[in-house]
Design a protein around this ligand. Structure first.
Ligand SMILES: Cc1cc2nc3c(=O)[nH]c(=O)nc-3n(C[C@H](O)[C@H](O)[C@H](O)COP(=O)(O)OP(=O)(O)OC[C@H]3O[C@@H](n4cnc5c(N)ncnc54)[C@H](O)[C@@H]3O)c2cc1C
Ligand code: FES
Length: 511
């Protein structure tokens, strides 16, 4: 049976970060110890700022542990689309900023001696089933205009995969995201950054003195606050109506080294498939020798979060897709999934938090490119906090509205409105007796929707199924064993404890 965990979690230890036990005064308080929060902390510390990072769980406990860690300057939504939405200058700045992010990760790995297996590789965009060559021809032109180093090939110059006509993007990269994050956390601590795990921020306010309050009742006073929680709990609607949560799936299969060329591969489908190789060894995978092994990682099958519960079928489709195209793939060793926040115009929101004080900053809307967007956040927010000009500030401004994004905005918000009809529907199952161990379902009890989880001993755990953000009904996610909100992406663990905003508190007890 494949392991139900990410390759990265399986091959790193937990990073030890103690909880915050006192009040604190600091220059900058960062909420969230994923790639966005820690990169920002690191770069601010290099500029001489005193920084504290608090995380409700721990270093790399969020989506950074679930990524596939492609580092690319080709935008997921395509340069053609970015050009349409943000104009030629916007497309050029997007390309430049993602390229700078990859360079920054490479430089940090070098300067801080982080063995994150950073590797420069080519990226190949190939045609999806039944797609016309015209699609990559148009993308070739848009990518060139944006400044990408790209060329068209009749066939990818790789072994192990017959791509057909494709675009080759030079000097892309890949790495082990948790080895990087742990190295970055150590580099932060060497530079005086204080990192606290098991410390949930329950509120953050700006003004003359910004204050972050924690669930244990401590206050952190700072000159500036950065919310880097992937999906911000500090914003009720301004940002959340402009982005939508999607769930995405990944598998990892053994391949003998040399049979597939290490590279980034992705197709033109929507949702698209994304592929890369991780060079590993039997020992890293839990064996007792150092025989090299490659893991072929294949991702895709995205759907709106909380709106599908057929995880097994999706993993099986991914596997079939992989076997059709990468015949060298061996047994599937890993299956995992996670959430990405798709903005209505294809780029992240990084900058001042809309409708908030001047010294409250946010990074969200990873758009499936959170490794590079998170790193761009570090570079951009450092400049904003130090009151320096930055050429990318307008492009990533969280308050922006692009007229070309209106249709997407309407589509996603209509979808959210539709989710409220689930108040009127029956539960997932008639009786809790039908819930098998390690599973959950929404049931109607005394006219109320209740999220019920049955643990492996058979004990039932009940919470209200009403999301504390804006009242949608959560749904059970069998792949991750979480309760996911279909409206704006709040997530709760199987016992109802909040993991991800915008909800700022747990599912109510007393259901
Ligand atoms: C399957 C999959 C594949 C992906 N592939 C790629 C890829 O190939 N390339 C790419 O660039 N991106 C990819 N992504 C996206 C990328 O992984 C994420 O966008 C990125 O990791 C987000 O980083 P982050 O720092 O913003 O958030 P996170 O890593 O989620 O960190 C946020 C942290 O905030 C903490 N937190 C939340 N609320 C609070 C609170 N109230 N108080 C304190 N702490 C809090 C959480 O515990 C968490 O540790 C992928 C994502 C998935 C799921
Ligand atoms: S995340 Fe908005 S209602 Fe649940």
């Amino acid at each position: 049976m494949p392991r139900s965990t990410s390759l990265w979690l399986d091959t790193t230890h937990v990073y030890d970060a103690p909880p915050l036990e006192t009040d604190l005064s600091i220059d900058v308080c960062i909420i969230g110890a994923g790639i966005a929060g820690l990169t920002t902390a690191y770069l601010l510390a290099r500029e001489g700022k005193s920084v504290a990072v608090v995380d409700a769980r721990g270093v790399g406990a969020g989506e950074t542990a679930m990524t596939t860690a492609h580092l690319s300057c080709e935008i997921d939504d395509t340069f053609k689309e970015i050009h349409r939405l943000h104009g030629p200058d916007g497309a050029r700045l997007a390309c430049e900023s993602h390229r700078a992010a990859i360079d920054t990760i490479e430089r940090i790995c070098g300067e801080e001696s982080i063995d994150a297996r950073f590797e420069r590789v080519n990226g190949y965009l190939f045609l999806g089933e039944g797609h016309k060559e015209r699609e990559i021809d148009e993308e070739l032109e848009a990518a060139r205009l944006a400044g990408a180093k790209v060329m068209k090939l009749p066939q990818a110059d790789v072994v192990g995969f017959k791509s057909g006509p494709c675009l080759r993007f030079a000097a892309q990269a890949q790495f082990h995201p948790l080895r990087y994050l742990h190295g970055l956390a150590k580099a932060c601590e060497r530079r005086g950054v204080r990192i606290f795990g098991s410390t949930r921020a329950v509120s953050a306010s700006g003004g003359a003195e910004a204050i972050v309050r924690t669930g244990r009742g401590h206050a952190i006073r700072a000159q500036a606050v950065v919310t880097a929680t992937n999906s911000p709990f500090t914003d009720l609607i301004a940002i959340h109506t402009k982005q939508a949560p999607y769930h995405t799936y990944a598998i990892g299969a053994r391949v003998a080294p040399g049979l597939v060329t290490p590279a980034l591969y992705w197709d033109t489908e929507d949702p698209y498939h994304y592929v890369r190789l991780h060079r590993s060894s039997n020992r890293e995978l839990g064996g007792d020798n150092d025989v090299p092994v490659d893991i072929l990682i294949v991702g895709g099958e995205d759907h709106k979060a909380g709106q599908a519960s057929d995880a097994d079928a999706r993993f099986e489709r991914l596997e079939r897709w992989m076997r059709d195209r990468f015949p060298a793939a061996g047994a599937v060793e890993f299956r995992w999934s996670g959430q990405v926040m798709e903005t209505n115009d294809g780029l992240a929101f990084i900058g001042r938090n809309p409708l908030d004080a001047d010294n409250v900053y946010v990074v969200t809307g990873d758009s499936g490119m959170g490794m590079t967007h998170g790193t761009i956040a570090g570079l951009l927010l450092t400049d904003l906090i130090l009151r320096r000009a930055n050429p990318w500030a307008e492009l990533y401004d969280p308050g922006r509205i692009r007229s070309g994004a209106a249709i997407e905005w309407v589509k996603e918000n209509l979808n959210v409105a539709l989710q409220y009809t689930s108040w009127l529907t029956k539960g997932d199952t008639q009786s809790v007796d039908q819930i098998t161990p390690n599973n959950g379902a929404v049931v109607v009890e005394d006219g109320r929707k209740v999220a019920v989880f049955r643990d492996e001993k058979g004990t039932l755990h009940r919470r209200s199924a009403v999301c504390p953000h804006l009242g949608c009904i959560v749904s059970w996610n069998p792949a991750a064993a979480t309760w996911d909100c279909p409206c704006h992406g709040s997530r709760f663990d199987k016992f109802g404890t909040v993991m991800n905003g915008p909800a700022a508190r747990d599912l109510d007890r007393g259901a």
